[in-house]
Design a protein around this ligand. Structure first.
Ligand SMILES: Cc1ncc(COP(=O)(O)O)c(C=O)c1O
Length: 456
């Protein structure tokens, strides 16, 4: 398996040919899932004692398996939070893999970690956090949020009175599911401010004021959202920061999706207060056009994260020795062995410059505004709320939840578009509505019009 022969050389060329074709493709097929039995029938047994050969396995992947996936960078993939990695970043993802770099410790990964840190410097600069703030790349927003929550909890537990006490975090209903899920991982309770709209200073104050003394003692962190996944809403970060400072609470901002908009001059003012956060999540694999997987967590005081995360072990001592000294990404998040997953972002930033990133993010915001205007012109659809960042919620008048699902399936099956419904509070009820989330700067006004027409 580790020898080089003519078959391996041919296979390498085949793989490169595929990659070149995919990286330079200007039109993509919107694949769709098949049942597992169906896929098994089409490909047969692939993992056998003797192997089926690279050529055959690759052929099956190209002919069958990749066609049962949705290319996340399809311009009419407007569901969830899609992605649109730059071609440069995809190319460098290949280089990152081929280079076999261990990204945990400077001793082994210095050159790669240096590049990651150059990209990180730019991310940190967008937040306006004070000097000394820094971060690391993670496998995504969930891992970044978890890393920040662990740092917050460990910092709180430095006070002996909190050792053995179950912690409590306040966030809002609009916060991403990963905040609630990661609270379970650290065995903390979550208290939700009951609104999917912008969480304000007074929402937070009232929630804290209503706590009994015993419960108040368990509260150690507040999570604000810098662009909710469902609707692109940015909490009152400045007001929340004021309360956190007064109440001595760790302030985490989950800007996994919206963080890209920190680069957009048109909306940067909406994030006022983010510079007061203790930690921030930003996912380059969402709105900074990196391939999966690439999240980031940034800390105002990285040394606090290091106290929480640095692993100890006699086999690791050498990494901490003076001779090996340098920045060790593993000290600041939950993972030890890690891919230098910030490298593709670094290469793309180095190649294109940050202005192009600003422009590409602004395009997502512009597309949301265009969609809003197109929707407002039609009588069969209407906006549920004004577009926010790159999210647009709208309803098809007269439709029931099943109509939205059928519409999604129909467009997907036709290989035309992937746009999914969500729910939004309408009075006391959760109403099923349609949602666009624009990331891909290649999405066109014609794409949006065609999707809206498919609801007629
Ligand atoms: C606001 C927010 N936070 C966290 C996440 C989770 O990120 P990931 O899927 O990269 O773990 C998402 C994903 O959409 C998100 O939108």
């Amino acid at each position: 398996m580790h020898n080089i022969d003519i078959d391996l050389v041919e296979m390498t060329l085949d793989v490169m040919k595929y990659a070149i074709h995919r990286i330079t493709a200007t039109s993509l097929e919107l694949g769709q899932p098949k049942k597992e039995e169906e896929l098994r029938k089409l490909v047969g047994e692939t993992v056998t004692s003797q192997g089926i050969g690279g050529e055959k396995a690759f052929q099956l992947f190209k002919d069958v398996l990749v066609k049962a996936t949705v290319p996340i960078d399809h311009p009419r993939h407007l569901a969830f939070v899609s992605a649109a990695p730059t071609r440069a970043s995809i190319m460098f993802d290949l280089v990152t893999s081929a280079s076999s770099i261990h990204g945990a410790y400077w001793m082994e990964g210095a050159g790669g970690i240096f590049c990651e840190n150059e990209a990180m410097k730019w991310l940190v600069s967008l937040t306006n956090l004070p000097k000394g703030a820094f971060g690391v790349f993670t496998s995504g927003g969930t891992a970044a949020n978890l890393s920040a929550m662990v740092a917050a909890r460990e910092n709180w537990r430095k006070n002996d009175q909190n050792i053995g006490v179950r912690g409590l975090i306040i966030t809002s209903v609009g916060a991403h599911s990963s905040i609630k899920a990661m609270a379970k991982v650290i065995d903390a309770d979550i208290l939700l401010v009951d609104s999917e709209n912008r969480m304000t200073e007074s929402d937070l104050e009232n929630t804290i004021d209503a706590l009994s003394d015993d419960i108040r003692k368990r509260l150690f962190a507040v999570v604000g959202t810098g662009g909710t996944t469902n609707a692109g809403i940015i909490d009152d970060l400045d007001g929340i920061a004021t309360v956190c400072e007064k109440e001595n609470l760790w302030f985490h901002v989950d800007a996994a999706y919206g963080g890209g908009a920190l680069a957009a001059d048109s909306v940067r003012h909406l994030f006022k207060g983010i510079e007061k956060a203790d930690s921030i999540t930003i996912d380059p694999h969402k709105w900074f056009f990196s391939p999966y997987d690439c999240g980031a967590v940034i800390y105002k005081h990285p040394e606090k994260a290091k106290e929480a995360h640095a692993q100890e072990g006699s086999y690791l001592d050498i990494f901490k020795d003076e001779g090996a000294v340098g920045f060790n990404p593993s000290d600041y998040q939950i993972q030890l062995t890690r891919r230098v997953r910030g490298l593709p972002l670094w290469f793309s930033l180095a190649m294109h410059g940050t202005d192009k990133y600003k422009k590409a993010v602004e395009q997502g915001i512009a597309l949301a505004q265009i969609a809003g205007k197109l929707i407002a012109k039609e009588s069969y659809i209407e906006l549920v709320r004004e577009p926010s960042l790159s999210c647009v919620l709208f309803r098809r008048i007269g439709w029931e939840p099943k109509d939205y699902n059928n519409w999604t399936y129909k467009n997907h099956k036709a290989g035309f578009a992937l746009v999914t419904p969500t729910k939004w509070n309408n009075g006391n009820e959760k109403e099923t509505v349609a949602r666009f989330c624009f990331i891909n700067p290649d999405t066109t006004t014609e794409d949006i019009s065609a999707i809206l027409n498919s609801m007629k």
